[in-house]
Design a binder for this molecule. Structure first.
Ligand SMILES: *Cc1c(COP(=O)(O)O)cnc(C)c1O
Length: 384
């Protein structure tokens, strides 16, 4: 049998710390490796596979579109793209009216940064400590962790950071140069830190009073993960720009920068070769339709509550605290998370870290209660 690990090690310019299994296929919330070991997926490929692996509705949509038209430059109109745009604007917060389509989260952020500078004719951005917005130079400039930034400076000038959920510090940081404020409604990579309702209300007010663009990054929280279509719906946030990616295409790469009427950019100032291609649009169309048809928001909420109840009813010695909104779950540990992830994987559970001490659980929203029970039991066994 081919040793895929050795093969990949030999030829990949690797940027990720690796776990030593070769994933070859999936179904719903289950994954299998090349030795046919089965795992319950509590990662969804980092919050991507919300509608489940090998989703037939999605596979059919991709197959049909692939046989029809895969690529179509932005200089032409396209039927599939038009239908996706209508659907996207239909599910996002009501004040958002137009979407720019790209291929990833970080590209959605780059567009948000450029659109904000152009619209306001100002240069600076404020984002939150522990925030994560992507790895390209603009998005990285808004990303807090020095581990991601060190070695790549100078980054884009004009970016600064304030503590999350602290309105005084944010108000102090805003000045006449501030073009935009960039925030996640729940910090994902930063440790599943949940925003305050009052905080976001105050942030909106600060933006309105200072002609500042409010950019809400829902790349991880979006599309039913938190128990509503968007986390904005929990906090009643009306962003000027909403960025999405991860779950939107059910695993097919696509990102979007969704704007209110306030945002301006003349034709020809920004663009992309692949962004919003018909194949990606067909995937996103099918994924969103599947979410709506199966009320995955409600499912995420109920399964999140179920998970919380089961975990909270236990005396777990290795746990400091528990945080969740729907199936966006963080279990803060009293110790480093990496060895725990290994223990879980040996028991057939694939989970994620968020920072050094938070165990992050992001299962596909279609996970069955049987699978959920299995995962919860293993997590309890490990954390006792
Ligand atoms: C993953 C993520 C990004 C970056 O998305 P990519 O598709 O990896 O570029 C940005 N913001 C948040 C909140 C994310 O979770």
């Amino acid at each position: 049998m081919t040793d895929y690990i050795e093969l990949q090690k030999q030829y990949e310019f690797d940027v990720f710390p690796k776990r030593d299994i070769v994933l070859t296929r999936g179904k719903g919330a289950r994954l299998w490796d090349d030795k046919d070991n089965e795992y319950i997926d509590c990662a969804s490929g980092i919050g991507v596979a919300s509608i489940g692996h090998a989703n037939e509705f999605l596979a059919k949509a991709i197959f049909e579109q692939a046989g029809k038209l895969i690529t179509c430059p932005g200089t032409f109109y396209n039927d599939t793209k038009a239908l996706l745009l209508e659907k996207l604007i239909g599910v996002t917060p009501v004040n958002l009216t137009k979407a720019y389509l790209s291929n990833s989260g970080t590209e959605a952020m780059e567009a948000a940064i450029k659109f904000s500078r152009y619209t306001t004719k100002k240069t600076n951005f404020i984002s939150a400590m522990k925030g994560f917005h992507g790895r390209t130079m603009g998005a990285l400039s808004a990303t807090y962790k020095s581990e991601y930034r060190d070695g790549f400076e100078p980054l884009v000038p004009g970016f600064s950071f304030v503590p999350y959920n602290n309105i005084e510090k944010l108000a102090e940081a805003v000045d006449e140069k501030t073009a935009g404020i960039i925030l996640e409604p729940i910090q994902g990579e930063g440790g599943i830190n949940i925003g305050d309702f009052e905080y976001f209300k105050a942030v909106r007010k600060i933006c309105d009073e200072n002609n500042v663009i409010l950019i809400i990054d829902e790349i991880q929280t979006g599309f039913c993960r938190t128990g509503k279509m968007f986390a904005c719906d929990h906090f009643e946030i009306q962003p000027d720009i909403l960025t999405v990616a991860k779950a939107i295409g059910g695993g097919f790469p696509i990102g979007a920068t969704i704007c209110s009427d306030k945002i301006e950019l003349p034709i020809g100032k920004h663009g992309t070769t692949f962004g919003g291609n018909p194949l990606a649009c067909a995937a996103a169309n099918a994924s969103i339709q599947f979410m709506l048809d199966n009320d995955l928001a409600k499912q995420a909420y109920e399964k999140g509550e179920y998970f919380k109840e089961k975990i909270m009813s236990q005396e777990l010695n290795r746990v400091r605290s528990f945080r969740n909104l729907g199936l966006m779950i963080g279990i803060e540990l009293k110790e480093k998370v990496q060895p725990i992830l290994k223990e879980l994987m040996d028991k057939g559970i694939i989970a994620l870290p968020a920072g050094t001490t938070v165990l992050r659980i992001l299962p596909p929203l279609v996970i069955t209660y049987e699978e959920l029970d299995f995962a919860i039991q293993k997590i309890i066994d490990v954390l006792k």
